[in-house]
Every structure is written in structure tokens, then in C-alpha cells.
Ligand binder design. Structure first.
Ligand SMILES: NC(=O)CCC(=O)C(=O)O
Length: 258
């Protein structure tokens, strides 16, 4: 499975411009890419106090946009997350669309970030992420700050996820946490961690890039640095099976103790 991740410089507060950037990025991709990954809150960035006006109401604009793009490009889209308004609530919602244009999964960020006052502007998700299946592979997604809560990634691994996507707007000041936590989630769950961050700034926040992919044994498959760009990787699921056979952690789990 060939994957391209967009380490995007999201333009704060400009959903239309960001959609245009994404279409242009899709056009730049090789035909052989099967699946693309976008970052967190790519429609608005962290213009939290303006989300009432900026968030996509019931996904009416962005979901059809991504559905059309998925069909046009014949690629699966792990659509990062968007600011999604429904009634009086605004969620930080992940959107997954397959290459036929079908919306196959959504997840609302469960852990809101105190350092960004997300809870003043967003409603937290009340359900854990669910597994989705693409090309016969079980996968799951979490969003940014969720990464600090290992139980969430573990719950996906226990439901047989082989790949966990982490879409983010992770700050430059804590990029060492980003790298260490992603690597730990890969090793402890023996999954591919496919992590897409942003670059650039939004008001006082500077985002740190380092979009990367870890193999299920924690080997870094590929990484970007601090510039906007594309990371491409190929996931080898046979190697994952070998890693799981050589260190069979799931057979050693003590669910009677914890
Ligand atoms: N957008 C985020 O969830 C940022 C998370 C963060 O800053 C951190 O965990 O540190």
C-alpha cells in the first residue's frame, strides 16, 4: 500500500483557500499512490474563536468535496480532521473516505487540549474511534493530543488495527514529545504509525512538521522536517507479521491483571 501524507501549511481561517491547496496537492500526486493523509483541522487551523462562522456546518461543503476528489483521484482519503459544526456543537472531526467516494468512518477528538483552550470552543467526542477497513487492512485514526493517551491507540490495536493514523497540528516547541510518543505507540502496539503534522503558524502557535511513518518495530521508515511538502511511503504488511511473530506481545497480555 502506497501512502502520501501532506505536511501542509494550513492558511488560518480560510477554508476555501485550503480546499484549493488540497486539490492542487492531489493533482501533484503519482497515480500509484493508494491512500492520502491530511492533517488536523486543515479547513480552519486554530482560529478557535472564529469557528462558529468558519466550521463546516454538518460537513456540507467538505464531505462532498473530499468524496468527489477521492473518486476523481481514485485514492482513499484519511481526511485528517476538520472543524465540524452541528447544531450548537463544534467538533474536531476525522473523516475517512474510500476511493469510491464513500464516507466510511468518522471520529470526534476525545481529548481536548487544555493548553489551547480547545474546551472553550469545541465539544469533545464521546465515542472511542472505530476500526475501518481499506483494501482488506484494518486501520484506525486518532487526533493529535489523543496521542498522549496510550489507551486509545491500544484499544484500536486490540481491535486488530494494523495501521494507526495520527493527524495533528503539533507545536514545534514539543516536537520531541511527538516523535517519542509516536515511536512508543508503534512499538507497544506493533502497528504502523502514520503521522501527519502541519507547518507554519496560526497566531501564536508554531507547528513543527516532522510528518513521519514508523514501522511496527519502531523503525523510522521516512520523515519530513520543517518545510511544507509530501511524504511518501510504502507499507509492508508481511514484515509486520514477522515482527508480531518474533515478539508475540499480544499472546503475553495479562488481561486478568489490567
Ligand atoms: N492540536 C493538538 O492536539 C496539540 C497537542 C499538543 O500541543 C500536545 O499534546 O502537546
Amino acid at each position: 500500500m502506497k501512502i502520501a501524507l501532506y505536511q501542509m501549511h494550513v492558511i488560518p481561517g480560510k477554508p476555501e483557500e485550503n480546499m484549493k491547496k488540497i486539490s492542487e496537492w492531489f493533482n501533484s500526486l503519482d497515480e500509484e499512490i493508494d491512500l492520502v493523509v491530511l492533517p488536523e483541522m486543515w479547513n480552519t487551523s486554530y482560529r478557535l474563536s472564529d469557528l462558529n462562522e468558519l466550521a463546516d456546518e454538518d460537513g456540507q461543503v467538505i464531505i462532498p468535496f473530499l468524496q468527489e476528489e477521492a473518486k476523481r483521484m481514485n485514492k482513499h482519503i484519511v481526511g485528517g480532521s476538520i472543524a465540524y459544526k452541528t447544531g450548537n456543537d463544534i467538533y474536531n472531526r476525522a473523516i475517512i473516505i474510500n476511493n469510491k467516494g464513500v464516507l466510511i468512518n468518522t471520529y470526534d477528538k476525545a481529548h481536548l487540549v487544555p493548553m489551547l483552550n480547545e474546551h472553550h470552543y469545541l465539544t469533545s467526542g464521546e465515542k472511542k474511534p472505530r476500526i475501518f477497513n481499506i483494501d482488506d487492512i484494518e486501520m484506525g485514526t486518532i487526533i493529535c493530543y489523543d496521542l498522549r493517551f496510550p489507551e486509545l491507540a491500544r484499544s484500536l490495536a486490540l481491535e486488530d488495527a494494523k495501521v494507526i493514523f495520527v493527524t495533528a497540528q503539533w507545536p514545534a516547541s514539543r516536537i520531541d514529545h511527538w516523535q517519542s510518543l509516536l515511536k512508543a505507540r508503534a512499538i507497544e502496539n506493533q502497528v504502523f504509525i502514520v503521522a501527519c503534522n502541519t507547518v507554519g503558524t496560526c497566531d501564536n502557535n508554531e507547528f513543527g512538521g516532522h510528518t513521519l511513518v514508523y514501522a511496527p518495530d519502531g523503525t523510522l521508515i521516512n520523515s519530513l522536517y520543517e518545510d511544507e511538502g509530501t511524504l511518501t511511503v510504502e507499507l509492508d504488511f508481511e514484515t509486520q507479521e514477522q515482527i508480531r511473530e518474533s515478539i508475540p506481545i499480544f499472546n503475553s497480555l495479562r488481561t486478568d491483571l489490567y
